[in-house]
Structures are given as C-alpha cells and as structure tokens.
Design a protein around this ligand. Sequence first.
Ligand code: ADP
Ligand code: ZN
Length: 818
Amino acid sequence: MDSGQTYYIDVVLPLNLWNSFTYEVTKDEYAFLEKGMRVAVEFGRQKIQTGLVYRKHFNKPLHYDTKPILHIIDHEPIINDHQWALFQFVSNYYLTPLGLVLKAALPSSFMLESETFLSLNNLVLAESSNLSDDEFLIVEALQMHKTMSLKMLQQLLDKKNVFKIAQNLMQKSLVSSLQEVKEKYTPKTETYLQLYDKWQGSAINELFERLGKNAPKQREILLHFFSLQRQGRPVLKKQLVKNAGGSTSAIQSLIKKEIFYETKTTIDRINFEKASKVKKPLSEKQQVVLAQIKQFFLRQKPVLLHGVTASGKTEIYIHLIEETLAAGKQVLFLVPEIALTTQLVQRLTKIFGNQIAVYHSKYSQQARREVWMNVLHHKESARIVLAARSGIFLPFQDLGLIIVDEEHDKSYKQTQPSPRYNARDLAVWLHKYLDTPVLLGSATPSIESYYNARRKRYALIELNERYSGVQLPEIKIVDLKEAQRKKRIKNHFSADVLEEITKTLAKKKQIIVFQNRRGYAPVGQCVDCGHVMECPHCDVSLTLHQQQHKLKCHYCGYQIEAPQVCPACGNPSISYKGIGTEQIQKILQDLFPNVLVDRLDSDTTRRKNGFANIIAKFQNRETDILVGTQMLVKGLDFSHVGLVVVMNADQLLFYPDFRADERSFQMLMQVAGRAGRKKEQGKVFIQTYNPAHPVLKMVLNGDYKQLYEQQIALRKSLSYPPFTKLINFQIKDRNPQKTNEAAEWLYASFANSFPKVLGPSDALVPRIKNRYIKEILIKMTEEPTLSAQKKRILKIFNSFHNITYFKSVTITIDVDPY
Ligand code: ADP
Ligand code: ZN
C-alpha cells in the first residue's frame, strides 16, 4: 500500500537565497513534472512566485512544513540538462546563489510573481474568439481595469492557475507584463534598395533591353536608380519613389523579379528577407586558416584566431557557420555589444536569410521569450543566434559552434548585478562540457587567452595580413608637448592633424575622431610638460578624488594632496580635466562648417536605435566626421574612412589599472583598424604628451607579441592574472564607520586564510548614493583548489552575516574582475 506516500519537489526561486525549497505535489503532478518545468508556488506571506523544478523526491524536510504547489505552468522543461550544469557552475564559480543565476539567465517574463502587473496588448479584440474560458475572463478583466497584478487577477477570478493562463496569453502576444509595456517602442527603419550581384556587368544591358520592350516604367525606375547610385550613396527607397514620380508598384515588380532587394537600417524586430547573396570565396590564406580551424576542432581544442583587423575573420566565421548549419546544428555567435550587430546582422542576413535570431538584454521581453523558445525547439528561425553575453544561457539543443568575436572585450563580463560572469570563459566551459567547437577571434587577444594558447590549452592561429593585401594603416604619433612649444595647437588639435583632416576631406574620405570616455576618472597631467602623476609604489597613475582634492592610488592606498604646481617642471599648469566628445564635435563643426560632424557616445546613443542610426548615417556617407568614445572602437566595417584621429592617448595609457597597457594597445589598434579597410591604405594620428611611451611604440609597429611578452613578464612579477586569480569585494554601508569596521573584519578573516589580501581601500568612487564603499582584493593561487578556497570564502560570509551589527552591510563579489 502506498497511500502513505507523500510526493515532494525542490524548487529554485529567482531570489538571493542559497537553498532551494521543498513543496508537496500530488501523485499525478509528481508523475508529470520534470526538472526544468516552471511551477507557481506560495512563498512568504501571500506572495506567489514562479520557481523551477530542481529535484523530485519523497523526503519530508526536517525543519518546516511543506505547502502544496499552486499550479504547473509548463508542459515541457524550458531548461535542459547542460544548462543546469552550466548554471550550477556559474553559481559555484562566481559565488552567486543558483536562484540569481536563473534570474540572470531567463527572460524575466518567464518568472512572473504575484506583484507582476499585466496589461492587454492592442490587437486583442479581434483575436478573442480562440481563447479558452479562463483566458477570456482575464482578457475581460484587463479590458475593464487596464493593468492588474497577478495577485489581483487571482482574487478577482478566484482562479488558482492564473500564472499559467497569463503565460499562455503572453505566448499568444495578447498580454504583456508592465515591464514589457515600458519597454515598448517602435523603431524607425529606413529601407534601401540594392541591385542583386547577378546584374553587375554586361547582364545589366540585356536587362535594360528586355525591360525596354515590355516594361518601360520599370526601365525608367532602373535609370533613376542608377542616377541616384552614381551620387555614391546607397539608394533610399522613398527617394527612388519620389524621383520616379511616385510609382511603388513598378519597384515592387523589380523586387519580385529579383532585380532589387531591400535592406533596412534598424535591427530590432526585423523580418529578415530571404538570403540574397552567397558567401564570398575565401582567399588562399583564409582557406588555409579555415582548414586549420577545422583540424583543431576535430582535436577538441578551443581555437584562438589572432587575425589583424580586416583580415577577413568574419568571412571565415561565415564559412564555418554554413558548414555547421549544413550539419543540422545550431550556432551561437557572441558579440561584445549588440549595438555593433547592425552591420553584422546585415552581412549575415544576406547569406543566411531568416535563420538568424538576435538576442540581448535590451531586446523586448517578448522577442527574447520567442528566441528562447525557438532555440529550445531547434526552430529554423533561430539556427544562428547573434547575441550579447546573456546568449550563453540559451537552451540550445544541438549546439555545433560557438564564435566569440572580439574575445578580449570587456563587455563579455557582467558587472552588475551578480552573477558577474564572463561569457567568453563560459563559452570555453561549454566547449569542455559539450565538446562544442569554440572559436575565439580577435585582432588583439586578451593576455589571458594568448597565454592559454602559448600553454597549448588553446590552439593558436595567426592571420597577419589584411584581405587583398591592403596595408595596415600608416600610424603617426603626434607629440603634443612639442606642438605646444611651437604654438602649433589649436583647440586641442595639433596643426598637423588639422592639415590632415583638411586633406582627407578634400579627397572625399571620411574621418573618425576618437576621444576616450574615461575622462570621468581624471588623472592629473601637466599641460606644459605632459608629466602624469603616478604612484611611487605601484606603476599606475593616481586618480583625482574630487571631493577631498586628493590624488590616490587605487591599488595600495597611497595618497597626496592634489598639487597645483607640476612636480616635474614647476609650472602651475596641472590640468585635471579631460575634454569631452561634445566639445570636440563643436570645435570641428566650427572649423569645418561645410561638412557634417556627428557624435557617437553614451549621450547620443541613449535613445533606442540611436547607435544604429548614427552608424547607418556614417555608413551611407551622410556624415563626414564622426566623433566618438570607445564605442567606435569595435568591429565596425566602414569602407571610406581615410583618417582616424586619437585626441589624447594619455587618458588610456595612464588609467589606474594593471590592464591599462593591454587595454590601451587593444583600443588603439582597434581604432586604427577602422581606417583604410579596403582598397587604399588609411592614416592614423595619435596625439600624446608621452610619445616615448612603450605601448605607443608597440602600436606603431603593430607588435602584439612584444606587448604580450612585456605584459606577461610584468604580471608574473606582480602576481596578477593569469598567474593568480583575483576576487574583488565591495563592502557597502550608509554608515562610514560601520563600512570601515566591516571591511576590517573581513580583511582580518581573509588574511587568516589567504596569503595575498590587499586592502581595505576606498573604491574609485568612495560613496555612491550615500553608501560608502570599501574594497578588498584577494589574489588566489591554484593551491589549494579554487573551489576549496571559494568554500572558505562562503564560510567567512556566513559568519559575517550572523553578526547582527553588520546586518545592513552589503557585499558584492566580483570573481575574475576584468
Ligand atoms: P575582420 O572581421 O577580420 O575585421 P572582415 O571579415 O570584416 O575582417 O573583412 C574586411 C573586409 O574585407 C570586409 O569588407 C570583407 O567583406 C572583405 N573581405 C574579407 N575577405 C574577403 C573575401 N574572401 N572575399 C571578398 N571580400 C572579403
Ligand atoms: Zn600605489
């Protein structure tokens, strides 16, 4: 007799709690439920929460009485096995409760709670015929009340399974959570027309002849098209309609006949057209690289592709993607920032059509949910997922390839909130777990990855020349000190640079002006002699702490009064300010009133599609000069840039971080990589007060290996990664005294257990929103095992949280800060 048997499930809730929770289920529910399905459960007082089934068992918990679940939301698991393993790894490695990992990994509308508000989407009335009775009741209630929380709906309808009904309605796109409603926007898109490649050359003459006979209107359109194209810019559809006297139907016919195809400039909610181009045949060099990559894939090694900018890495990716798709497998293509993907999406769409899905955290909830489900079901429309870092968490069924483009990029690391994971490192983890081939690509690999390649943990493939042999740009270092002395500086530009800008504009080439955004952490620099204030103990520059007017070392705590007089030359010329992009835009616009100067930074791109629009305009040559921050650095492919100007390299070179040299090299090489990508060699001018800085020499020679050798030696001698593992702790409280005490308490405990603990020191910004912040840094060696060390850290935290006095103190943990 099993009538006494009680059935239990353990549920993980998306909360900051280290344990899972046990609930009771019926025998039928027990039989139906699987790990990875969602259930609605009561948690806390009257609060209902979505949780994920984690384990099924018959063991009554010791310390509390179990409640029954409210209802089951899914009919199939929405998380698969390898994801559970990945999430567990992330939880252990990044010291974050599993619930928070789930919260980060899943689209938030998967995890409704009783406080979630719902509202109706617009089109509901027409659709309401195919609703179930329950769904209809909810729709009706929402028609009356506009927005209602799930809790209210539950009370109103006296329905237990309201979470499930809500989820169904969301699936049918009839309802949205309020969070989604806030996110809604209608992107503006421009449609351009392009000629299919097959009509290049003599084929076009035949076409004209044919159209002349039986479709004169279409022939006329084609003539207008060519006259627009002759102006050197892509042809806007509405412009063509206007020029041709308003005939859209003839244009439609030309599209139908596969003479034109349309492209759009924004990427959100796109309905990709069908593929229109075949991939480009690879050059001999590229073919060799492709073959090597596949060889190493067979030997199950992660591959690091170190290829100079514009060497055709993306073209190689395309070939690999095609082969992976042909084998019926899925592809994950990770990019650092999704804004970058505008161009990439266009490029890939031309070849793979509607098999591409785009996924990132700024995407609407609805779109993200769709991509998640399409990946889960191995749908045609999500065979290739182009994603920012959170794409690593998608429910792939048969993942055949992971590409991590610009693998060195900081954006792969999540900074807030936890888990502070690095998607590149997780890609390598997935490779180990699933045997999925993984390709890390970069023109300037991270020191860590290159080290792994040198140690033979990764295979290394190098591609040293640009496609079709266009030379890397000519780089010139402009000495601002000397220019200052000769009075050849005007508004932060040296006369040489201004001359070059004039020349470049005369040649109808475009210009990029790069000003690093890191001005917000100003370093003190003498504008007469260029001297930069540095820490005597640490080889990093000191950072101005405005409030106290002190210069501080972020690493050892050394500090001095911020001097007004330069200690090197004695002149009272120390400047603590950087100039901003906005100012530079204005200067250039005043100097060159006849050209269009645009700006790309976090101000101008804050609006949705701001980035895409600015990039599209530059790509279409509507703007001549683009001033921007490091957003400009990343893999953009412009064809007509003749000159790149770096306003002040010193802001990069003297940033207070042990990665400053590496980052400077990466940024400067990447910026330079935007110049002269096709046909003609481009030029790069780098302004600096420190022309002798060793990193600039390396940039000048494009010498990554020298940078690597120098950095790896330094890291070894200073015990930085990859020779140690870093964990950074931030201790925060409203009370500065308590913050100090908490930091001291933790420091003492850590120092007992770990040989290398630095701090406590003030954070770069020591107070944010009235909370004081201290930092402690642990350098861990591999002995004893990392997981043992992390267990020890959690133990220390446990004791810490048991101290009532420290209840208000929060601690954030950053494993492998980047
Ligand atoms: P990377 O990704 O290394 O920066 P890209 O793949 O963007 O380089 O290539 C740079 C430019 O050269 C692109 O415009 C690309 O279309 C072109 N290109 C690269 N390889 C080929 C090829 N095999 N055939 C035609 N064009 C190519
Ligand atoms: Zn120091």
